[in-house]
Design a protein around this ligand. Structure first.
Ligand code: FAD
Length: 458
């Protein structure tokens, strides 16, 4: 009799892939996507590194979904604040939470809040134009930067700190970040991990990009690879290939051509293994960081499950910039929704939120903050399948009509919240692209919510 109405919270990859699958699986379903910011696409816009434009092509698929007549986008709506989950549940047959992981894990060591210490989340948000991070203006007036963590995000940050700005100026990096990087004094980046080379969390593509980064040379330590060769044969293939490339970088004498390239390089990067932060060191008046005290670890066990155990030895490293890249973290946005604060996810079974019929989750909120866009896509398709199954089995009763956006729009209007539609966003999009064109970049992003809203409503 009536069309099932589904509401999705968050317009990152999880939100869009969930919507895409729902629309395809059922010809009658209508999907509304609510997004806190005036602009869509989550970490594809605000996380993925500016020098990875090919990764952002998923935006084309998301745009097709958004333009489907059965999909609507409501940007500038902060769910949990402007409208509650319970209100959404009353208006829709099903609600899918896919609002990602907007918090970050803290190191939990003294000195974490000193000037010169940043989370990778904020640093990435700064160079990618996330409005809430534009005040960061990190001080790059130092020679050595330490990054804690050895995952792909850590390598993104290392690359942005070291890449020749001639490369960056052709990307969609923000103008203030580009200017700061042109002035940057950072010449050396240490990428520190608490375990060994066989436990790093990055993938080979990102490591290879470091090896090939113009005007830089690696400074790996041969000793770190003792015994690694013998362990290679038992490693799964992707880990084996990555470890081989790290070993080659650390141990092999480069070709003559490569030696010449390296000798001319003005910047250095290195991995440091078996080190955990103990304390961030401050200057005498305690106003900013001048280094970090690290515990030296040894490994107990082997493979992915190996544990870092402190040996009792410590090591101080001098640095003026410290970026902790030890993980993102989902946050609860509404007290009515179950939340596992230990795992920092919404507890679920195939995307069905525990004990709450008609409520689902997908993406990083469902799995925790790991996995590339393709992983997020698969787990979002799984959630969409659960929604469709529940509609078919009657667990979600779609026989009675629900008002959907009609009632929510009324509530938002009463509260003075004016949503941004997808065609409003397309105005921002075309302005950003034409501004970019003028300066030889694919896009020049708007940096404040006010400016975004102004352009959207023109
Ligand atoms: P998100 O992308 O974070 O989307 C969540 C959305 O919800 C956001 O738009 C947010 O504004 C919105 N939201 C939050 N709170 C609310 C609220 N209260 N109300 C309404 N909306 C809300 N993967 C790759 O494949 N390749 C890469 O190169 C790559 N680089 C990455 C670089 C970084 C720095 C990071 C952090 C991740 C990277 N990833 C990459 C992984 C990829 O970004 C994730 O797999 C994916 O974005 C997770 O999707 P999501 O939709 O769950 O979360």
């Amino acid at each position: 009799c009536c069309s099932p109405k589904v509401c999705i919270v968050g317009s990152g990859p999880a939100g869009f892939y969930t919507a895409q699958h729902l629309i395809k699986a059922r010809q009658d379903v209508e999907v509304d996507i609510y997004e806190r910011l005036p602009v869509p696409f989550g970490l594809v816009r605000f996380g993925v590194a500016p020098d990875h434009p090919e990764v952002k092509n998923v935006i084309n698929t998301f745009t097709l979904t958004a333009r489907n007549s059965r999909c609507s986008f409501y940007g500038n709506v902060n769910v949990g604040k402007d409208v509650s989950i319970e209100e959404l549940q009353q208006a829709y047959h099903a609600v899918v939470l896919s609002y990602g992981a907007e918090g970050n894990r803290r190191m939990g060591v003294p000195g974490e809040d000193l000037a010169g210490v940043y989370s990778a989340k904020d640093f990435v948000g700064w160079y990618n134009g996330l409005p809430s991070c534009q005040e960061l203006s990190p001080d790059l007036n130092c020679e050595t930067a330490v990054i804690l963590g050895q995952g792909n995000v850590a390598l993104d940050v290392a690359r942005i700190l070291l890449a020749p700005t001639d490369i960056l100026k052709k990307t969609d990096i923000t103008q203030p970040a580009l200017e700061a990087l042109v002035q940057s004094q950072v010449r050396r980046v240490l990428i520190v991990g608490r375990r060994g080379p066989m436990q790093v969390a990055c993938t080979i593509k990102e490591f290879r990009e470091m090896v090939n980064l113009p005007d830089t040379r690696p400074e790996m330590m041969a000793d770190d690879f003792e015994g690694v060769k013998e362990a290679l044969k038992d490693l799964p293939r992707p880990r084996k290939r990555l470890t081989e490339l790290m070993m080659k970088t650390a141990l092999e004498i480069p070709s003559e051509k490569e030696q010449e390239r390296q000798s001319k390089a003005s910047r250095v990067w290195a991995f440091r293994f078996l080190r955990s932060p103990i304390e961030i060191l401050a200057n005498p008046d305690n106003s900013r960081t001048v280094g970090i005290r690290l515990a030296v670890n040894r490994l107990e066990g082997s493979g992915d499950g190996a544990r870092a155990v402190p040996t009792g030895e410590v090591e101080d490293v001098t640095c003026g910039l410290l970026i902790s890249s030890i993980g993102y973290k989902s946050l609860p946005i509404d007290p009515s929704v179950p939340f596992d604060s230990h795992k920092a996810i919404v507890p679920n079974n195939m995307g069905r939120v525990q004990h709450t019929a008609g409520l689902y989750c997908s993406g990083w909120l469902k799995t925790g903050p790991t996995g590339v866009i393709a992983t997020t896509m698969n787990n979002s398709f799984d959630t969409a399948r659960s929604v469709v199954e529940d509609m078919e089995s009657g667990t979600v009763d779609v026989s009675a009509a629900r008002p959907g956006s009609q009632s929510i729009s009324g509530l938002l209007e009463e509260r003075g919240v004016k949503p941004v539609t997808f065609s409003n966003w397309e105005k921002i999009d075309s302005l950003e692209m034409s501004r970019g064109e003028a300066s030889g970049k694919p896009r020049e992003k708007l940096l404040t919510v006010e400016e975004m809203l102004q352009v959207a409503r023109k």
